[in-house]
Design a protein around this ligand. Structure first.
Ligand code: ADP
Length: 505
């Protein structure tokens, strides 16, 4: 096992990785931008280095600086988290060239899955079902028109280099196809620097169901079941759960086997996810995410497998000690993404200083957060502040538990998506498990602005908790983070992030 690893990320995922490292007896080195001096991941790490100003191009995306800090701090491996450099093959290669271990798959596997058209071709070769469409980028609008005519409208134009729901265009009829082809190309060029676009049949109201994988270096590749991620806004996930309310054990086994085949086709190593669309018992490969995903905790809660620890253990050369037959699923888990967005205002990003934070707890509640009181939420990074995850014996109990936890949560200083989540937990179709990716289009009332009863109860409860929190805060002095020095090769000297060194390492 490694002695020390560097976490090349920020926010909740950086903290999540640091926690996993500590539980394995591994020291964790954090990096931070000027905007993140007060961030919890900086406090939790054994050492922390300032790597640049707030814009990620000048900090969290500086591959050279990150590798330099890793070497300087004596870290043997780099965990990339998600986003940022996590799926950039040249970074992985550079990490390897520097004699360090990248905690994740090989650059070849990332390249093979990174381009959506290349991945589609490979999956077709491996016998994996994909959504009908082209396997190569379209040459011109005329080809788009011809293929769309063959597979039938509506179709979806997608950026080959796409991600995060960007560069996608639904085309309802032949009249729109040429204009849409140009628009999608321009959008893809602006977002990814690559105007390649391909075409897929647009499925009307499928579910987004994905399969979690773990693969070690010793030939063991297994799946940990599915996550249902159909509650999305503009192709961005908001609520995820495990298991899906609809999958039968046979379907789970079939989708799992397909995902394992997809991973084997690229000699995959580490944790990864195969995303699928599912409709009327049929499923289609969408893409593979070659990293840990935001929604991984729901799988951890129902399987009892710590995915982030296994990422580190696999990178250190360990073999998985369990087989597919040993994987068991227990109960139901739900995750709500706590973003700094105002659901009453078209999910507009909200900024400000976190004045107060009351985190839910109690049976079956997990909080993976990246904020503390005093932290300044700006516009430099993704608006996801934290994830609230619950686990209970049944789906309906998990929904009730999530409601209870959401009502306990108090984030003062920025607007959050909490009122939206509360409404979903009460919505009959969601409670019945009747959901698909068009859920928010067909339930637009969930974006209502009127305060409802749940919110009023939340406000009353939060006021009481807030008072208690204030009393506690007066009793405990704040950690001073201003002591971070700024010197050294990477522009930041190390500092002990822990007052009192309570971990004693
Ligand atoms: P990205 O990599 O940008 O996240 P994906 O290919 O994973 O793009 O698709 C994101 C979301 O877009 C899916 O979860 C689904 O909601 C929707 N989507 C993608 N492809 C299709 C399709 N062929 N038909 C209908 N919806 C789709």
């Amino acid at each position: 096992m490694f002695k020390k690893i560097l976490v090349a990320n920020r926010g909740e995922i950086a903290l999540r990785v640091i926690r996993a490292a500590h539980e394995l007896g591994v020291q964790a080195v954090a990096v931070y931008s000027e905007a993140d001096r007060l961030a919890p991941h900086v406090m939790a790490a054994d050492e922390a280095y300032l790597i640049g100003p707030a814009p990620s191009a000048q900090s969290y995306l500086r591959a050279d600086v990150l590798i330099e800090v890793a070497k300087k701090s004596g870290a043997e491996a780099i965990h990339p988290g998600y986003g940022f450099l996590s799926e950039r093959a040249p970074f992985i290669q550079a990490v390897r060239d520097a004699g360090l271990v990248f905690i994740g798959p090989s650059p070849d596997a990332v390249t093979a899955m990174g381009d959506k058209t290349a991945a589609r071709s490979r999956m077709i070769d491996a016998g994996v079902p994909v959504v009908p469409g082209t396997a190569q980028a379209l040459v011109d609008a005329a080809e788009a028109r011809r293929v769309a005519g063959e597979i039938g409208y509506p179709v979806l134009l997608k950026a080959a280099a796409g991600g995060g729901g960007k560069g996608m265009r639904i085309v309802a009829s032949e009249a729109e196809i040429e204009k849409a082809f140009d628009a999608a190309g321009n959008e893809a060029q602006a977002a990814f620097g690559d105007r390649s676009v391909y075409i897929e049949k647009y499925l009307e109201g499928p579910r987004h169901i994905e399969i979690q994988l773990l693969a070690d270096r010793h030939g063991n590749t297994l799946h940990l079941g599915e996550r249902e991620c159909s509650i999305q806004r503009r192709h961005q996930k908001l609520i995820e759960e495990a298991p899906s309310a609809v999958l039968t054990p046979e379907e789970r086994a079939a989708m799992g086997a397909m995902a394992v085949a997809a991973a084997r086709a690229v000699n995959y190593e580490g944790a990864g996810t195969v995303e699928c669309l599912y409709q009327n018992g049929e499923f289609y490969f969408l893409e593979m995410n070659t990293r840990i995903q935001v929604e991984h905790p729901v799988t951890e809660l129902v399987t009892g497998v710590d995915l982030v620890q296994w990422q580190i253990r696999i990178a250190a050369g360990e073999a998985l000690p369990f087989t597919q037959d040993d994987v068991r699923w227990r109960g139901h888990a739900i995750e709500c993404r706590i973003t700094s967005e105002d659901p009453a205002n078209s999910f507009l990003p909200s900024t400000g200083r976190i004045r107060n934070l009351v985190v839910p707890s109690g049976p079956g509640v997990r909080w993976d957060g990246g904020i503390t009181p005093g932290f300044e939420v700006g516009l430099s990074y993704d608006p996801m502040l934290a994830k609230l995850i619950v686990h209970a014996p049944t789906r309906i109990e998990a929904i009730e538990r999530m409601k209870r936890a959401l009502l306990e949560l108090r984030v003062e200083g920025v607007d959050t998506a909490v009122p939206f989540h509360l409404r979903v937990m009460d919505e009959p179709d969601f409670r019945a498990g009747t959901i698909d990716i068009k859920y928010l289009d067909t339930h637009a009332d969930l974006l209502a602005t009127e305060p409802d009863e749940a919110l009023l109860r939340a406000a009353a409860l939060a006021a009481a908790l807030l008072e208690e929190e204030r009393r506690n805060q007066r009793a405990v002095p704040r950690v001073q983070a201003g002591s971070a020095s700024a010197s050294g090769a990477a522009g930041g000297g190390a500092w002990r992030g822990r007052a009192g060194g309570w971990r004693g390492r």
